[in-house]
Design a protein around this ligand. Structure first.
Ligand code: UN1
Length: 517
């Protein structure tokens, strides 16, 4: 293993020479199939990790249930104090963990660190929440009666997360789940095992120090079979899944068929709309970050750009100049803006999408290929050129508009009226994020109102990606309708009871029903 990698791993207490256990349920175990963590920048194998065997998964599920039984009775503010310590422990390793995200996932350093910050932020939020997860008292129609709506812990929450945010998305779920008094079992993407091991070490260190069972925040690394068993398990009260629409559709069906709760965060196909009065000095860099940042591998990445005819050519000229300044590099270096795609297969998906664009006579303004002149070791990395394309047709029903390609490909169309652009914005199956650039308040009103954007995130003069944790995060339609992180998202991590209590000496029935008459 290179010194580049071993410095990062040892700073996080991970010994790269060994085969690592990929299960934590209070104890580290794992004797199942070996998964490799491959560095997307150099192709180097960073570590080998044992996934969970079916028996180990069942044991982990059982331990998680036991941990829940203990943890649900710990007072919420005390749970908040544990979260506060987790927040401190994460912040102390912010740089190291951020570097590991860059090393293993491939996003650039500032974004890797930013992702750890996102976990720190949501932990802060959940510390406060632990004293504010209030139910309410409802006025009863009957004398001497009170109705309470009581939030209680839900049970076991399984978090199935994706490679692109190997730390933050788990952080959103864990923080709310912990505050709410649940036990959480994490199945991360099998291609980012080291991030999940490093995070679990940090979190479990805090739990163990506080005498809390480690299985309150368990980990099971594994592939499809492990994921399927979790989704099918009656022992899991809620499945929070982040990933593709295709897998999400299956997860949703299976969990629904056993009447479990499900929270889905699936694909995005996010558009930015630029009006004639937009401040281009803000809009151009924002679209650049939205489309090229994270090498186009955020759910919230900007994939579609709708430009008003009057500013289209100037906008594209300025955007192309920014694209021309991008050179691929090691995401660990501070100056790099473009890291690799996460996997080899993502490169094939990128190439396939470019081929289909070419076949459909789309104009390729920038990019449209792989780099051929990279020097070692980057020549073994998954680097692709950020691409701007102008498809021949603006018909959003076409596959090239309505399919999410998880790569830096930005498709452009020109419009004349805002209504047309909003129609295009809403015309795809996905509904995660959207962004309008304008200074005209009337446009803003249309955009955020009933005839406006139908996405879960509806921004104005802010790009499609990079949301803060304070608002509920998630999308509509085929994005799955789930909401995570801030806002009212916590309300899904509890079971609500409506408790009518009679303090009187009579027992009247509701609605004035007389029985017997
Ligand atoms: C994702 O891509 O799955 O808003 C999550 C953003 C980040 C989270 C993205 N805060 O882009």
């Amino acid at each position: 293993i290179s010194s580049r990698a071993s410095t990062i791993l040892s700073a996080l207490d991970i010994s790269p020479e060994k085969e690592l256990p990929g299960v934590y349920d209070g104890k580290w175990r794992g004797t199942g199939d070996v998964l490799e963590s491959v560095c997307p920048t150099t192709g180097e194998v960073l570590a080998r990790v044992h996934s969970a065997t079916p028996e180990e998964l069942q044991t982990a599920l059982q331990k998680t249930r036991e941990a829940y039984t203990f943890f649900r009775s710990v007072p919420a503010p005390r749970r908040g104090e544990i979260l506060r310590q987790i927040r401190e422990a994460l912040a102390a390793k912010r740089e190291e963990l951020g570097a590991l995200v860059s090393l293993e996932m491939g996003k650039i350093r500032t974004e890797g660190v930013g992702e750890v910050q996102e976990f720190v932020d949501i932990a802060d939020y959940a510390v406060g929440l632990s004293r504010m997860m209030n139910g309410r008292v409802v006025a009863s129609e009957r004398p001497g009666h009170s109705i309470l709506e009581v939030p209680n812990p839900l049970g076991v929450i399984a978090v199935l997360s994706a490679f692109n945010f190997p730390v933050a998305v788990y952080g959103w779920n864990l923080s709310l789940s912990l505050a709410a008094g649940n036990a959480t079992l994490w199945k991360p993407s099998p291609s980012t095992p080291l991030c999940s091991i490093a995070v679990t070490k940090i979190v479990s260190g805090v739990l163990e120090k506080n005498g809390i069972p480690g299985a309150v925040a368990g980990l099971v690394i594994g592939g499809k079979d492990v994921g399927e068993s979790i989704v099918e398990s009656q022992d899991v009260d809620m499945v929070s899944f982040t990933g593709s629409e295709a897998v999400g559709r299956q997860v949703g069906k299976v969990v629904q068929s056993r009447f479990g709760k499900v929270l889905l965060e699936l694909g995005g196909n996010n558009a930015s709309i630029v009006m004639p009065d937009a401040d281009l000095s803000m809009a151009v860099p924002a679209v650049f970050f939205g489309a090229v940042g994270t090498a186009g591998q955020r759910c919230t990445s900007t994939r579609r750009l709708y430009l008003h005819r009057s500013i289209a050519s100037e906008f594209l000229e300025r955007l192309q100049a920014l694209y021309a300044s991008v050179t691929p590099g090691d995401p660990l270096h501070a100056s790099t803006l473009l890291g690799p795609l996460h996997t080899r297969s993502a490169m094939d998906i990128y190439t396939g999408a470019i081929d289909r664009l070419r076949a459909a006579d789309a104009e390729i303004l920038v990019g449209g290929g792989q780099y051929t002149d990279l020097s070692s070791p980057l020549d073994r990395g998954n680097f692709v050129m950020p691409t701007i394309t102008v498809p021949k047709s603006t018909d959003v029903g076409l596959a090239l508009w309505k399919t999410e390609t998880f790569a830096p490909i930005l498709s452009v169309a020109v419009f004349d009226e805002l209504e047309e652009a909003v129609q295009w914005n809403n015309g795809v199956p996905q509904g995660l994020s959207s962004s309008l650039w304008t200074k005209d308040l009337r446009n803003v009103g249309k955009w955020i109102g009933p005839a406006g954007s139908d996405a879960g995130i509806v921004n104005v003069n802010v790009g499609t990606s990079g949301a803060e944790i304070g608002a509920a995060f998630g999308g509509n339609k085929s994005t799955g309708w789930g909401r995570e992180s801030g806002g009212d998202a916590w309300k899904q991590y509890v079971r609500w009871s409506a408790c009518t209590i009679n303090f009187s000496d009579d027992a009247p029935l509701a609605q004035g029903v007389q029985f017997p008459a």
